[in-house]
Design a binder for this molecule. Structure first.
Ligand code: 0A1
Ligand code: ZN
Length: 879
């Protein structure tokens, strides 16, 4: 093993720590080049563990001094550990003082203490605290923190850490200090420090219990007018968690700070959440409706972690989904509750399921497939995945389905009664939910239900029906199976809650109920029916499975027209489109959409009762990635061509309907990001795209001209960006001037520039034009690969989100990918490893793509000194 490389870590090897750290006093002298960190800890031996040496984690630190109880002590430095062997015996507490320095300005990994735009930020989850000081950097070691920060006052007027500000004042030489004390014990991954020239929006609130709190959203000067939505989202989150789960805000002060250099979305540090600016800053001029919705859910997510993650945390990182799956479930419920009406809730649900199916299902079928509670990892940063988050949330959702909404709230209450202040496991959570609902199917089936945590892979749920007209008997056989995943050749049956409805031939509802499938195969029988019913299976997407039922077009059209379950209504349309797309892909790419399909789409578009948001979802074809997932051999270019041809035909055939839709929905009045107006803007945007596509074929200049005008006159970013996107995706010549104008107008707004890069890199490929454009944009003065948002907007938008352009038969896309993975790995391994995953599904690619992709992965794998992050991804891909 090379230096810095570590071995695989196994869940089965978990051992409690040999020492506890009860309290920590940290003193920071901030300097971008050389920050001094004095760390005074109070430790004691863990009485339930045999005596052994203390091994503290540390990375890229310069060690200056170690004192035990105030005396110089002997120590060793051993592969990223500070080892102390001769510590006081017995179980009395002792003091350990460690003095180190680090170099925040050189920290391009953005883990630990780093500098962004001349301010200091920290990121400690999962293992960043060890880059700040030597520590037992593991989540089951919880301590109280007192933090003294000293820094130049002019450069860093604001000094923040977790908890309460207890003292501040002036020092010599233009420096000042602040002392923060966090009253809550916490693991090191929740530590945070911020110092810089920042301003805050403030809000004082009184919560239900009569307690006063100060809420603050810190941003760079100039961005204050973009913080209102984040603050509103925070207040809504606080109110929601009290109302739905009885969980109050337990802090006097709750702070959010935004930074434009951040590896992920945001981080739930106790009382001091640090956010990617993308999930804080919004104004109608610069942010789209999607941005507004994302801010609401990420602010909610981080706030909800205050209980699910912070008050009760994870015993070890294999339990990550304990906090992430549960907190995603909570943020999804929050967004649904805020959406209000059932149809708006359904829109949220459909959006969540779309993410699950286009991102998590492929992960679960690829080389990085892992259980929601993994058994092993090389680099924990690689496990902040859609499986841990989104599939984890589906597991929690199934538990709620099995115990009911009230039963679930009862389970949560018991979970906190039992485990507040502890570091626990996924088993502990499931046990609490089951124990609070002893008569529920969950309690009865708990050991089997927990297979969802231990077995990877997406189960396949097959349904087959039989109709006996003579006796009026209908039977439905449900069977389950799950393909092998790495290290798990055989799977045991899951507990699958199947929400099931039946419709009669006229579309009227016959029945609706929950069937809990536990066997490999079970048959349900209904008698006394006068005609063969149509099944509506897996309503609301009641389990994260792949449903296989041989629906006929007639059945799907009936469901689309009449199902009372909006999810399955949408699903029926997706299946109709998917059948046609798959047929065309198999049929050498030839598509000719049939009249019944087009009429069904017209019927939805013109429907007098359906919401605009729902129509937009129905009229959006399944993604290229989702289509690809249904195929054994994937030809991304052909899939792209088929989907584009289908879009083109929908554009032309429904041209008058799109015109009507645009005219009827585009004027949404004063900007408000509520579900109704958001849906109207989304549908108007989809209409414009189709109108520009139709014009492309007919050569008619009217709609592209109108679109350009719309782009110029738009009163908000959603409308402006939708118009720009319509011109760019239809490949219209007017796109060039619109893009220039957009750049000129927003060149000083980093988040808007990200959209500008992403739109171009994600545009439909026409004759191989996207890769040269991406390369050219890499030379643009505004491009900077060190900034994760910017790297994602250009490089990821091309490699991970534009399959038709990326999978070139000349392999140039893959060569570009391997160059970028290697380049990024030297800067920021976490971001590099995410990019490395763009080729996860290479084995399914059609030749010559398959061989070329393998070669590109092998090229990365052969590079000496790869980070653990990238090494794990490429090794698994080639295994
Ligand atoms: N816990 C955060 C996600 C997060 C994880 C790792 C990070 O840095 C490597 C940053 C954030 C969340 O779920 O929001
Ligand atoms: Zn989270």
């Amino acid at each position: 093993m090379r230096e810095g490389q570590t071995a695989v870590i196994h869940r089965a090897d978990y051992r409690p720590p040999a020492f506890w750290i009860d309290s920590v006093e940290l003193c920071f002298d901030l300097d971008p080049q050389k920050t001094r960190v004095l760390n005074r800890m109070r430790l004691r031996r863990n009485p339930s563990m045999p005596a052994e040496a203390l091994r503290l984690h540390g990375e890229e630190l310069n060690l200056a001094r170690v004192l035990v109880n105030g005396q110089g002590a002997s120590f060793k430095l051993e592969d990223s550990h500070l080892v102390l062997e001769n510590l006081p015996e017995g179980h009395e507490p002792f003091d350990l003082e460690v003095f180190t320095t680090c170099a925040p300005a050189k920290n391009t990994k953005l883990m630990g203490l780093y500098v962004s735009n001349d301010s200091f930020f920290t990121q400690c989850e999962a293992e960043g605290f060890r880059r700040i000081t030597y520590f037992l950097d593991r989540p089951d070691v919880m301590a109280t923190y007192s933090v003294l920060i000293r820094a130049d006052k002019a450069k860093y007027p604001v000094l923040l850490s977790n908890g309460n500000l207890v003292e501040q004042g002036e020092l010599d030489a233009g420096r000042h200090y602040a002392r923060w004390v966090d009253p809550h014990r916490k693991p090191s991954y929740l530590f945070a420090l911020v110092a810089g020239s920042l301003v805050a929006r403030e809000q004082r609130i009184t919560t239900r219990g009569g307690k006063d709190h100060l809420l603050q959203v810190y941003v760079r000067p100039g961005d204050l007018d973009k913080t209102e939505h984040a603050m509103n989202s925070l207040m809504a989150s606080i109110a929601w968690d009290e109302a739905r789960f009885g969980l109050p805000l337990d802090l006097e002060r709750f702070m959010i700070v935004a930074t434009s250099d951040f590896n992920m979305g945001a981080m739930e540090n106790k009382g001091l959440n640090i956010f990617n600016t993308k999930y804080v800053l919004a104004s109608q001029a610069t942010a789209t409706d999607v941005d507004y919705a994302n801010i609401e859910s990420v602010v909610g997510h981080e706030y909800f972690h205050n209980w699910t993650g912070n008050r009760v945390t994870c015993r070890d990182w294999f339990q990550l989904s304990l906090k992430e799956g549960l907190t995603v479930f909570r943020d999804q419920e929050f967004s649904q509750d805020l959406a209000g009406e059932p149809s708006a809730r359904a829109v949220r649900r459909i959006e969540d399921v779309r993410v699950l199916r286009t991102a998590q299902f492929p992960e679960d079928a690829g080389p990085m497939a892992h259980p929601v509670r993994p058994d092993q990892y090389l680099e924990i940063n690689n496990f902040y995945t859609v499986t841990i988050y989104e599939k984890g949330a589906e597991l929690v959702r199934m538990m709620q389905t099995l115990v009911g909404r009230e039963g679930f709230a009862r389970g949560m209450k018991l979970y906190f009664e039992r485990h507040d202040g502890q570091a626990v496991t996924c088993d502990d959570f499931a046990q609490a939910i089951a124990d609070a609902n002893p008569d529920s199917p969950l309690a009865r089936l708990l050991p089997q239900f927990k297979r969802w945590y231990s077995q990877a892979g997406t189960p396949r749920l097959s349904a087959r029906s039989r109709w006996d007209a003579a006796s009026g008997t209908y039977s439905l056989t449900l069977s389950q199976s799950c393909a092998p995943t790495p290290g798990q050749p055989v799977k045991e049956p899951f507990v699958i809650p199947v929400q099931l409805g039946l419709l009669d031939a006229s579309g009227a509802a016959l029945s609706n109920g929950l069937h809990v499938l536990t066997q490999e195969s079970e048959t349900l029988t209904m008698s006394g029916l006068s005609s063969e019913p149509v099944p509506s299976i897996l309503r609301g997407f009641s389990a994260p499975v792949c449903l296989d039922y041989p629906y006929t077009d007639a059945q799907l059209l009936l469901l689309l027209a009449h199902d009372t379950d909006p999810f399955n209504r949408w699903e029926a349309a997706q299946r109709l489109a998917l059948h046609r797309a798959l047929q065309a892909v198999r049929d050498s790419g030839h598509v000719e959409l049939d009249a019944p399909f087009i009429e069904a789409m017209r019927g939805v578009l013109r429907h007098p009762q359906l919401d605009a948001a729902f129509k937009e979802l129905v009229l959006t074809l399944p993604s290229e990635t989702y289509i690809a997932e249904q195929l054994e051999v994937v030809d991304p270019q052909r899939i792209h061509a088929v989907r584009e041809a289908m879009r083109q035909q929908l554009a032309t055939a429904l041209r008058h309907d799109w015109e009507w839709a645009y005219e009827a929905h585009h004027d949404t009045g004063a900007y408000r990001p509520d579900p109704r107006s958001t849906g109207r803007r989304a549908l108007a945007g989809l209409a414009l795209t189709h109108l520009c596509l139709a014009a492309r074929l007919s050569g008619d200049p009217v709609w592209p001209g109108k679109t350009l005008q719309r782009f110029k006159d738009a009163a908000n970013m959603t409308d402006r960006f939708n118009a720009l996107s319509a011109l760019v995706t239809s490949g219209h010549p007017l796109a060039a001037q619109a893009l220039d104008r957009f750049h000129g107008q927003f060149k000083d707004d980093a988040l808007v520039l990200d959209k500008w890069f992403a739109l171009q890199a994600g545009a439909p490929d026409r004759g191989g034009n996207i890769l040269p454009l991406v390369k050219q944009l890499m030379q643009h003065p505004d491009f900077n690969i060190r900034n994760p948002n910017r790297a994602r907007s250009l490089v990821f938008s091309y490699c991970s989100a534009n399959p038709g352009a990326f999978h070139r038969t000349d392999a140039a896309g893959y060569v570009f990918w391997s160059d970028r993975v290697i380049e990024l790995d030297a800067i920021n391994p976490q971001v590099a490893a995410r990019l490395a995953r763009a080729l996860d599904r290479w084995r399914r690619l059609v030749e010559p793509c398959r061989s070329a992709a393998r070669e590109a992965i092998a090229r990365v794998a052969a590079k000496p000194d790869l980070s653990n992050d990238v090494r794990e991804v490429v090794t698994r891909a080639l295994a």
